[in-house]
Design a protein. Structure first.
Length: 433
DNA sequence: GCCCTCGGATACAATACGTC
DNA sequence: GACGTATTGTATCCGAGGGC
């Protein structure tokens, strides 16, 4: 019984010393330093047992444990003057005893954990996407150098799954549902959501080249969705669709059999699937204006009560940062405008929230699709008209807005940003009637 | 989605150690 | 014993994960 307690104390002492060792420079450098890891019993979690006046045997057991460890050459103990075998001064972990200390405690050496985690990341070094490759290389290097990597060393399987997902991303089809991905990779439809999604999102927020808004925006950009999404369109847009599902195998003959559609005929607008957008080609845009709308409620309102923009008006719902298939449609439209230069088209507008996110989405659309994009009802006058119904925002948003003031290309937004910072309120487009 | 807890990372001050 | 360096201790921040 007593021997068992001595063993328990030995394990606890070694565990504490190993923790200190793993935090020391000696561990990071991989070579013993000048100072050994050390601790005082009185300053440790063993102090309570060591000073237990109701049961002095505990101190004896701790002394016995230390005596055995010293005898084995794993530790060394110093005693203050005149207190030999009465009160321990310091306990040192001998570097040559580290390996045996791990054996005693049954803990996995931190060096092994780091090495195994680093090996997991090796396949990322050949990843086709720069930003994943860079992260993989940098994290691998940090692990090799035993520097803090931000990874949980005890979750080997979790990072194995993450790497598997990262490697699968470039080959994913757009709009791949989470559960389909999970089933395909892990033969378990929920494992992605339960064990990988959070970690992937946290990584994407850190390393994805664009700053997006919501978690689902980040997942969508790498091809993962909860469920496939539709792109909502209303107004004069004339497209052609192949008569049969032809995809990449379409011949010129098939294409010749294509059907034409004019969206104007659909008074409530239409929803286009990713597959349809992939297949369609644009025949004409007989609109005088195009309006991109950030918010779903506003999109439906605009259909029911057309806004005061040049009619006929083509309306496209972007849903915040547009998802991949909406982006594909926007690309087709922008290419059509660029190459065909439709005569009737007088302007392209975007209507979003008057806040940090709204401004960033506008600039994203402008940069990637429509260089001549103009804001609609996102000006100072509209803001001041509705600011009383606005929602307050905190310090974090203020800092982000202040940062926008320093970025090139945001000069036209300075008056709006100044007002946003002055009132500390954001105006959602649903509140604008 | 929010809140709470826990653990790891980091910075900095205090302390101990090694060398001369 | 003085000084420079390494280690330890402490406070704080941040992200992950779990519970609701």
């Amino acid at each position: 019984m007593a021997q068992k307690s001595v063993d328990q104390y030995k394990r606890r002492i070694l565990s504490l010393l190993l923790k200190k060792y793993e935090r020391s420079q000696s561990f990071q450098a991989g070579i013993p330093g000048k100072q050994r890891p050390q601790m005082t019993i009185k300053g440790s979690e063993l102090a309570k047992d060591y000073d237990d006046e109701m049961d002095y045997r505990k101190r004896e057991l701790i002394h016995n444990a230390l005596q055995e460890l010293c005898h084995e050459g794993i530790t060394e103990v110093t005693w203050p003057k005149h207190k030999e075998n009465i009160e321990v001064g310091k306990v040192y972990l001998n570097f040559e005893g580290v390996e045996r200390a791990y054996l005693h405690t049954g803990e996995k050496p931190k060096g092994d954990k780091i090495r195994q985690l680093a090996e997991l990341l090796i396949p990322l070094v050949h990843h086709p996407w720069d930003w994943v490759r860079t992260w993989g290389e940098e994290t691998y290097r940090r692990l090799e150098e035993r520097r803090p990597s931000g990874l949980d060393l005890d979750d080997h399987q979790g990072y194995g799954d993450l790497v598997q997902v990262l490697l699968a991303l470039p080959g994913l089809e757009e709009n791949t549902p989470k559960r389909v991905l999970s089933q395909k990779l892990f033969q378990d439809s929920k494992r992605f959501e339960q064990g990988v999604e959070r970690r992937l999102l946290s990584l994407l927020r850190k390393i994805y080249p664009e700053e997006l808004e919501k978690d689902e925006d980040y997942l969508d950009q790498v091809g993962i969705v909860e469920n496939p999404k539709m792109t909502l369109v209303f107004g004069p847009l004339e497209i052609e669709m192949p008569t049969e599902l032809v995809g990449n195998s379409a011949t010129e003959e098939d294409r010749a059999k294509s059907l034409g559609f004019n969206f104007r005929a659909f008074q409530g607008g239409l929803g286009l699937s990713a597959e349809s957008i992939k297949e369609l080609s644009i025949r004409d845009i007989p609109a005088r204006a195009i309006l991109l709308v950030e918010n779903l409620t506003t999109y439906h309102e605009v259909i029911r009560h057309p806004v005061q923009l040049s009619a006929p008006l083509l309306v496209i719902y972007t849903g915040g940062f547009p998802h991949k298939s909406t982006q594909r449609l926007l690309k087709k439209i922008s290419t059509f405008i660029e190459t065909q230069n439709p005569l009737s088209l007088e302007g392209i507008y975007h209507w979003g929230d008057i806040d940090y996110g709204g401004i960033r989405i506008f600039e994203y659309l402008k940069e990637h699709f429509f260089p001549s994009l103009r804001p609609y009802r996102m000006d100072v006058v509209t803001y001041l008209d509705y600011v009383t119904t606005g929602l307050s925002f905190g310090e974090e948003q203020c800092l982000k807005l202040e940062q926008l003031l320093t970025l090139p290309g945001y000069e036209t937004w300075h008056p709006v940003i100044t007002e946003l910072l002055r009132h500390r309120k954001r105006v959602e487009q649903e509140s604008i009637r």
